[in-house]
Ligand binder design. Structure first.
Ligand code: SF4
Length: 212
């Protein structure tokens, strides 16, 4: 049976980003990423110097163990949505994992950097692509919506708008979270993009309300 390196399984929380923002959900965070090795000393030179996620190490679990952990987290009525995140989840997520999770939830958001093809997925599985400029690795995924980090990945905005798909713009917060000066500046720039191009604002709602 296939196994997966899982960094954490947690919830209930709320989906703070994208089309399902505000919905209650559980999270599965798979370990590992192809944009950064996760070490503090290499962060500044990585493709994502603003990354705020610890995705190193993790434990090895099979699908039944993952489902068991999810069931233990919350009563069935809270099994509305699931976010499959990372790291880069499509380094590991195969069709069996995606289908097995999709059978238990109303919706699943796969949060990917877009550089890996997604296996065949059921209709209740959505792809949120936050494209990253990683040397030698183009964007190969076809998402349901884009989430562009501003200002760091702003160069992807024209291409995302041209796709006709929803385009969320999300300010990065490298200093003190949503209260920090840099965040406030980035937020204002996101608003400019919304007013100029019809982008949608994604604010990482979970950070405002103080949940993981
Ligand atoms: S792709 Fe996502 S998880 Fe990976 S380093 Fe960049 S921001 Fe972090």
């Amino acid at each position: 049976m296939a196994t997966y390196r899982v960094k954490s399984i947690f919830g209930p929380t709320i989906q703070g980003e994208g089309l399902h923002q505000g919905w209650p959900c559980l999270f599965v965070r798979l370990a590992g990423c192809n944009a950064w090795d996760g070490r503090a000393e290499t962060r500044a030179t990585s493709a994502c110097p603003y990354c705020d996620t610890d995705f190193r190490d993790g434990e090895t679990l099979a699908l039944p163990q993952i489902l068991e952990r999810l069931e233990a987290l919350a009563p069935a009525q809270l099994h509305v949505g699931l976010v499959l995140s990372g790291g880069e989840p499509l380094l590991q997520a195969d069709a069996a994992l995606i289908a097995g999770l999709a059978a238990k939830f109303s919706w699943i958001d796969i949060e990917t950097n877009g550089t890996r093809v997604c296996p065949p997925r059921p209709a209740n599985v959505f792809i949120s692509c936050s494209p990253k400029a990683i040397r030698g690795q183009g964007i190969v995924v076809t998402p349901d919506w884009w989430k562009i980090l501003i200002p760091d990945q702003e160069s992807f905005v024209p291409q995302a708008l041209a796709s006709g798909l929803p385009v969320f713009v999300q300010p990065t917060c490298p200093d003190a979270g949503p209260a920090g000066d840099i965040y406030q500046r980035n937020l204002l720039h996101c608003l400019e993009l919304c007013f100029a191009h019809g982008c949608r604002l994604s604010t990482q709602l979970h950070k405002y309300v103080g949940v993981e």
